[in-house]
Design a protein around this ligand. Structure first.
Ligand code: GCO
Length: 498
């Protein structure tokens, strides 16, 4: 079985879920949902997935390793080449009525070597390219939402050729270096950016990289090392938060606040594989806590659950640590689907559960990536974070759908659930579709097509898929109606791409 995306699975008993999935979704509800005038409508990308020339990152090394990427796809060949196509991307954002663009600035592009970083000699071409992107966005009145680290690290911090040695976040120099990186980026572009993300999906990379083996450094079942990466990312996030707050004191968009700094989490609606099996129900509670709540507890409440056991009784656990608490001005939520947890199968040590992310044994429709289409699950995971009482941005939601058969319905149904969540009192500020463009989907190369726009593999020309007009209309009208959804064809079979 191929696991499409791995993921945080650490453990303990759930504390927060205030609302069962049934409560959240039973809602005959209104005939339409509306969004405020200043709602952030956008779409998202990440540097490594859309730029080229990042061979000096851990991922750049990884993709050249035979057998690691589906079909041997290469991010330097046939991709969107975003930094050479800035005007085209800004034009398609604008044409789709987007007022926000989420993207990442790549650390290794700006500082290609350790020496360049230590002596603070940023690469002039890199700065010019990102400057150009900011200028184009500003001219189009599109607000940037900038991620400091989206999975990749410079090869001078993380080298998958030496996986037995500590890499990336495991190395003691990484957290202080990341703090500096955040400080410098925030200082340079303070006048352009108010909305910042520190780390994208901090628990996905260690689980994919140290448990499943599909991300660098490519290790399997090294649970202790994965957990240490997660801990270090909490520390890195908190340092980055403080660095941005100190460096970005310019209110670029005039909303009265110079910076909004948040974490982006990958949340899944976690379900027991067998709902009548108490051991599976317990497994699902552990996975829900570890994946959906553990990191947020640390950076919002300062609750450091060092041993991942769901309580704060351990010798290294800390409650309300002031060095960690209140370090997320909003929660960035990536939501795609459900997962099932079980007490049988490949039960991971420490996690004490097995998990399944794709090909779930449910009757829900599936995407090209074999993930369940489950719009109501968005409300389930949003209700889980209600107790943190923070503004929320959906920083990613999207579908692999090369035929564009299901995307319009997928987007509108998720937006409808988001509207219901707003009406139920959650402070939802924005929605970013993943992705603006077809791009390099990590271990799966170019196979899954998440884009609102196709990208010609030879010319890099962008073309809007038909569903883009449907999303653009929601952004223009600040509204989604049930009638529009009902007028769309029902979900059709996916086109699996492998
Ligand atoms: C992630 C990332 C994106 C992915 C997207 C689809 O969530 O893994 O932020 O890089 O491409 O989620 O899997």
């Amino acid at each position: 079985m191929t696991i499409r995306k791995t993921f945080p699975v650490i453990f303990a008993a759930a504390a927060l879920a205030s609302c069962s999935s049934d409560d959240a979704v039973k809602d005959d509800g209104p005939s339409e949902v509306t969004f405020p005038e200043d709602f952030m409508w956008g779409s998202a990308t990440a540097a490594f997935q859309v730029e080229k020339g990042l061979g000096n990152t851990d991922w750049g090394i990884w993709v050249k390793t035979p057998g690691k990427i589906l079909n041997g796809d290469d991010p330097d060949v046939g991709g969107p080449d975003a930094l050479a196509n800035i005007d085209a991307d800004v034009a398609v954002l604008k044409a789709a009525n987007q007022n926000t663009y989420r993207f990442s600035i790549d650390w290794a592009r700006v500082y290609p070597t350790r020496d360049a970083f230590d002596s603070d000699q940023p690469d002039a071409d890199a700065l010019a390219a990102y400057d150009k992107l900011f200028a184009a966005l500003r001219a189009a009145a599109i607000r940037p939402l900038v991620t400091m680290q989206h999975f990749t690290l410079p090869d001078w911090l993380s080298d998958p050729r030496a996986p037995e040695e500590p890499q990336g976040w495991e190395r003691p120099e990484t957290v202080p270096a990341f703090e500096k990186w955040c400080q410098r980026v925030a200082a340079r572009w303070a006048g352009e950016v108010d909305w910042w993300v520190t780390i994208n999906e901090p628990l996905v990379a260690p689980l994919a990289g140290y448990v499943q083996g599909s991300f660098p450094p490519g290790l399997v079942l090294k649970i202790d090392r994965a957990l240490e990466v997660g801990r270090q990312e909490v520390l890195g996030h908190a340092k980055c938060y403080d660095a941005i707050k100190a460096a970005d004191t310019i209110d670029a968009d005039g909303d009265g606040k110079a910076s909004w700094v948040g974490i982006v989490q990958h949340q899944r609606a976690v379900e027991p594989e067998l709902p009548d099996e108490p051991a599976d129900v317990a497994a699902a509670e552990r996975v829900r806590y570890l994946n959906n709540l553990w990191f947020i507890n640390a950076v919002v409440r300062g609750d450091w659950d060092d041993d991942f056991d769901g309580n704060l009784d351990g010798p290294k656990d800390r409650k309300a640590d002031p060095a960690l608490a209140n370090r997320s001005d909003y929660l960035g939520i990536n939501y795609y689907s459900a997962l099932t947890a079980s007490a049988r199968g490949l039960v991971l040590p420490v996690i004490d559960a097995s998990i399944r992310l794709d090909r779930l044994d449910t009757d829900r429709p599936k995407t090209d990536f074999q993930w369940d289409i489950y719009p109501e699950g968005l409300r389930v995971i949003l209700e889980e974070v209600r107790p943190y009482n923070l503004p929320i941005i959906i920083t990613e939601n999207g579908i692999a759908d090369s035929a564009d058969r299901n995307r319009a319905r997928y987007v509108l149904e998720h937006l409808f659930q988001l509207g219901l969540a707003r009406e139920a009192g959650l402070d939802i500020r924005g929605y970013m579709y993943w992705s603006l463009l077809d791009n390099f989907e990590w271990a799966h190369g170019y196979c899954p097509r998440f884009g609102l726009h196709t990208v010609d593999r030879a010319t890099a020309a962008r073309t809007a898929r038909p569903s883009t007009a449907v999303y653009a209309n929601a952004a223009k009208t600040n509204k989604v109606t049930r009638a529009e959804i009902d007028a769309l064809p029902p979900y059709g079979d996916p086109t699996y791409c492998e």
